[in-house]
Design a protein around this ligand. Structure first.
Ligand code: IMP
Length: 199
């Protein structure tokens, strides 16, 4: 029996590697948009994470004619009324570095005490194959530190402290992070759903 093909609607090699690792179980042959270089970029201009993930999954399916999954993630800081949220990658402006975003976050939370620095990563994953659509969500709760801690990971990882582990995402191994992260939870849920639907 041939494997089911699944397109990961991203061109980010690190993401492709991470998602393959999380969902790996011999059920799928994973492709990504790196295999479809002619497909145009999809603007992530939705008002919510779900809007963006839906838009990316539908666009990937339309272009590739293959079942597709897409994700969108945001960091929601309670003291900032849920910001940066859907704007997490461009919090400090267009084409900014992770460092610029982190510095803005530190600045905005400058005088906020630890107990009020609560935040969460939310990851939405969408499946679309022209007939069915399904979305799932993964959440990881934490605290935004007032200084950087750890050198691993990417994005807001050095500031995002997970109390249940006693360390930041940037201090965790890839396996440790995947086991508890928003993305790990969401993709495992999607993996379970897909297994039942596609078998
Ligand atoms: P994306 O939707 O996965 O591209 O994530 C949007 C933005 O959220 C990224 O540019 C990062 O700044 C941030 N982000 C997403 N996931 C993580 C994570 O696991 N750790 C730290 N930052 C993240």
């Amino acid at each position: 029996m041939g494997l089911n093909q699944l397109v990961l609607a991203t061109r980010n090699r690190d993401k492709v590697k991470e998602i393959r690792h999380i969902m790996m179980n011999g059920h799928w042959e994973f492709l990504s948009l790196l295999d479809f270089p002619e497909m145009a970029e999809v603007a992530e201009d939705g008002k919510t994470l779900l809007d963006n993930a839906l838009k990316k999954a539908r666009a990937a399916y339309r272009w590739t004619k293959t079942a597709s999954i897409a994700d969108d993630t945001g960091l929601e800081v309670d003291q900032l009324n849920g910001d940066p949220g859907v704007r997490s990658s461009r919090f400090a402006g267009e084409n900014v570095s992770y460092r610029d975003n982190n510095e803005k976050l530190l600045r905005l939370l400058q005088d906020v005490p630890r107990e009020k620095r609560t935040a969460r990563f939310r990851c939405i994953v969408v499946f679309a194959d022209g007939r069915k659509e399904k979305w799932v969500e993964g959440i990881c709760e934490g605290i935004v530190l007032s200084e950087y801690c750890g050198v691993g990971g990417f994005g807001y990882d050095p500031l995002f402290y997970v109390p249940e582990k006693g360390k930041t995402f940037a201090e965790m191994s890839r396996e440790e992070k995947n086991a508890i992260s928003h993305r790990g939870k969401a993709f495992r849920l999607m993996g379970e759903w897909l297994k039942n639907v596609l078998d």
